[in-house]
Write a protein that binds this ligand. Structure first.
Ligand code: PHE
Length: 338
């Protein structure tokens, strides 16, 4: 048995082989156990000597196996390492190297900024956590005004009166810009906004808007319509139609909603545009005199217009993404799009 063990031991190449060999010999049902069982059939006087020999054999096998194991383990580990080795100095060309890209929403925001910068606008930012005054009051939405409902807000429990919230639109930045800058103003204000909307194909709880504000002498609705038309044409190209529909916002008068033909169905009606063929991108209108008086601008001398679009919606239409929730998932099929 001892020589049988030795001849098998030299052939061991892996930890697996070693384990198999050990269990064949010293395992519960192994050859050594078999011999122990035969001891009973031996003449009583021979038993102690035979037992001693087998014990020695068993101890030797245990020792040999235990000594061989670390080397085998190391050898296998270095084989794994060698086969997965990658050379960081290797030159590109063998594997396709993918580079990081900006998120589609970020790209859209940058394209929008470029478009408006080209039209002479500056880019401004404001805080995402706002007071009720900036988010509502200064925009002609007094306490208990029903328009607050439509913008289901996330309130932060600061102070007893709950007056701090995550901004529900970028319009409070208009107020800050009018307070802090001298006239005339031609500015866009991109940023993140938050609403307690139920997420669906066209809505997410946190999204992005881009606000526009123009304040100057002699600004009228024609300037607003023309600006929006120029922007749609330069952003979507001539294939996509846009339209303004009468609407209501407390901070503009008159007000309009801005829609484009749905790029998913090209205007024929689908789930993304809830079968209307049109998709709402945002609102706009002439700045309400109450807003001007909140920031101390004389509405007898100055007039202006404002607009606010959903950047995520624009992204969705531009890249033909059927469900807006895709934009907040890390799906590489979309993230890596050119
Ligand atoms: N703030 C409005 C909204 O979030 C959009 C808007 C901006 C409308 C500016 C008119 C003027 O719905």
């Amino acid at each position: 048995l001892s020589t049988e063990f030795d001849s098998r031991f030299i052939k061991v190449e892996s930890v697996g082989d070693l384990d198999l060999l050990a269990s064949d010999f010293t395992g519960k049902k192994g050859k050594v156990a078999g011999i122990y069982r035969q001891l009973g059939g031996l003449e009583a006087s021979l038993r102690p000597k035979a037992g001693e020999i087998i014990n020695e054999l068993r101890d030797r096998i245990d020792r040999v196996v235990a000594e061989a194991r670390p080397d085998l383990v190391n050898r296998e580990r270095s084989m794994v390492l060698a086969s997965s080795f990658s050379d960081p100095t290797a030159r590109p060309g063998r594997d396709r190297i993918s580079s990081a890209r900006s998120h589609l929403v970020t790209r859209t925001r940058m394209q929008l900024e470029d478009t408006f910068i080209g039209m002479g606008f500056s880019v401004e930012e404001g805080p995402e956590v706002e007071s009720e005054w900036y988010n509502f009051e200064a925009l002609n939405i007094p306490k208990f005004h029903p328009a607050r409902d439509g913008q289901d807000s996330f309130y932060l429990n600061y102070g007893a009166d709950n007056s701090v919230l995550l901004r529900t639109h970028t319009s409070p930045v208009q107020i800050r810009v009018m307070q802090n800058q001298s006239l005339p103003i031609y500015a866009i204000m991109p940023g993140r906004v938050f609403r307690r909307d139920t997420a669906d194909a066209r809505h997410t709880v946190g999204f992005h808007q881009i606000e526009g504000l123009v304040v100057d002498r002699g600004i009228n609705f024609g300037h607003l319509a023309g600006t929006i038309e120029a922007f749609t044409q330069s952003y979507f190209g001539p294939d996509i139609k846009s339209r303004l529909r009468p609407a209501y916002f407390p901070f503009t008068e008159p007000s309009a909603e801005f829609e484009v033909t749905c790029t998913i169905c090209r205007g024929s009606g689908c789930r993304t545009c809830s079968s209307t063929g049109w998709i709402e991108l945002g609102g706009c209108g002439m700045v309400h005199p109450n807003v001007f008086s909140a920031v101390g601008i004389d509405s007898e001398v100055y007039s202006g217009f404002a607009f606010g679009f959903g950047i995520d919606r624009l992204t969705q239409m531009r890249y033909e993404i059927p469900d807006m929730r895709i934009l907040t998932e890390n799906d590489l099929r979309y993230l890596s799009r050119a």
